[in-house]
Design a protein around this ligand. Structure first.
Ligand SMILES: [Zn+2]
Length: 469
């Protein structure tokens, strides 16, 4: 069935054109076919369904793109607090041992529901278990699921075997992704959890299969010390485990370039430790970045130098990522945008380093570019997919709203999202089913599935609470 409707909103934010006050978007068969003024919209009311009512309270904008999530870690929210970065990642890894497959799927399902209810239509997700795919698929999200791969210790697994095992997982997910809005990539987790020869083999595999890659890089001081001098917490752990390590004496970015890992199909995550000379490498390789300001701050890793991540002349795509709720603790991209601006301004002591419009662009079009999806999504452009959200601006904390960009970044919250649409289909509507029955706000999933997922997640959380690694 072809759906056609016109949505009128207080503000329409196309992102590739100036905001329109009292504007409208015409959707036909999942695509955006026109941007209209309110008068033009009403002139078509004899032919098309017009949605005004509660949307007139809000900002209609492209669906948010969260370029870096780990939906399956939703059950780890608030579990590992006040721990230094490297012990934090070690404990997270150990705690995976008591999580069962159904727990992972339940966890990812609730994570996907959180994302969608906060206006996110597209994700870039790194998953070790693979469960993120099933959560994202159940809720109807768009995006790329990067299958994670680890292997720092040459005593565990031969490189060809690890690549073959990864390839089998990728092919299985690719087959299941047919007919969904999801595609599959790979994620060599980080240069300190994947050895050099394996990074090279994975880069080769990605090239051959035309797969996108996502790698955590230049995140912590411990990682920087490991690569520059072979010292610090990660180096000590290598010594304890008998893993041989010769510091390359390079930045992570230079090291990854030498392994062949950087390309326009690669997205690096974090980049806190990116140096001035790294920006030339990034520009040359056209590598994308996921900027995760809250996670970087919360784990005490610092503030990423955004101007360097954008490359020599700002040509590297940069999107906004929440990272997992194990380090965030929410998928609220409004808060993430707010942090992005405030952290840059606080650390650089300048107003002009970043403004609200810049960061809304990063969370929409920038994210779409970082994932290589800008031809389909990221702006309200005629011909693109109707992936959008509506954010109310009539609540106590948001009136008056003089400017839509500033209202979104400095005053809005994920819970202000009224509705979220993917390919012209409304998947989430906060007015449906009443406040207490949040499962009923999701229009294309059986509410029982969400109720069950929530119960399963809480049971798994109870086990985590009692367990000590
Ligand atoms: Zn991450």
């Amino acid at each position: 069935m072809i759906t056609s409707r016109i949505i009128i909103a207080k503000w329409v934010l196309p992102m590739d054109a100036p905001p329109m006050e009292n504007g409208a978007v015409h959707i036909w068969d999942g695509k955006i076919v026109a941007l209209l003024t309110e008068a033009e919209a009403y002139a078509k009311s004899d032919k098309y369904r017009i949605d005004r009512t509660h949307y007139s309270r809000g900002i209609l904008m492209p669906g948010l793109v969260n370029v870096h999530t780990h939906l399956d870690y939703t059950l780890m929210r608030g579990l590992l607090e006040d721990i230094e970065f490297f012990p934090w990642i070690r404990e997270l890894t150990l705690r995976k041992a008591i999580v069962e497959w159904e727990d992972w799927v339940a966890s990812a399902t609730i994570g996907a529901a959180e994302a969608l209810s906060g206006g996110v239509t597209t994700i870039g997700d790194c998953t070790d278990s693979g469960a993120a795919f099933y959560g994202a698929k159940a809720l109807g999200l768009r995006g790329r699921i990067y299958q994670e791969v680890f292997g720092i210790d040459p005593n565990f697994g031969l490189v060809p075997d690890i690549v073959a095992e990864l390839s089998a997982k990728v092919e299985k997910l690719q087959a299941e992704a047919k007919g969904t809005h999801l595609s599959i990539g790979i994620s060599p987790h980080a240069p300190y959890t994947v050895r050099g020869e394996l990074l090279e083999a994975l880069a080769e595999y990605a090239r051959e299969k035309e797969l996108y890659q996502c790698i955590h890089a230049a995140e912590s001081g411990a990682e920087g010390a490991l690569f520059r001098a072979g010292t610090g917490g990660i180096a000590e752990m290598f010594a304890r485990r008998g893993i041989e390590w010769k510091a390359p004496g390079q930045s992570t970015v230079a090291y990854l370039e030498a392994r062949g890992s950087l390309s326009p199909r690669t997205m690096l995550v974090h980049g806190v430790g990116v140096s001035a000379s790294d920006r030339f490498i990034l520009s040359r390789t056209k590598t994308a970045w996921a900027h995760c300001p809250k996670s970087n701050a919360k784990l005490g890793n610092g503030v990423a130098p955004l101007s360097l991540l954008r490359g020599e002349e700002g040509q590297n795509p940069v999107g906004i990522g929440s990272d997992s709720v194990a380090s965030n603790n929410t998928l609220d991209l409004f808060e993430e945008m707010r942090f992005a601006v405030l952290m840059q301004r606080a650390s650089r002591r300048k107003i002009e380093v970043l403004n609200a419009k810049d960061v809304v662009e990063m969370a929409t079009l920038g994210g779409a570019r970082a994932l290589g999806l800008e031809a389909e999504i990221g702006s309200l452009t005629v011909g693109k997919s109707a992936d959008l959200c509506v954010v109310r601006i009539d609540d106590f904390h948001s009136i008056p709203a003089y400017d839509p960009y500033n209202a979104l970044v400095y005053a809005s919250r994920a819970s202000d999202v009224i509705s979220t649409w993917v390919e012209g289909v409304c998947l989430y509507d906060s007015d449906m089913g009443g406040r207490e029955n949040w499962e009923r706000h999701f229009l294309h999933i059986d509410p029982a599935l969400l109720t069950d997922a929530k119960a399963r997640l809480l049971e798994a959380a109870e086990r985590q609470r009692e367990w000590r690694p």
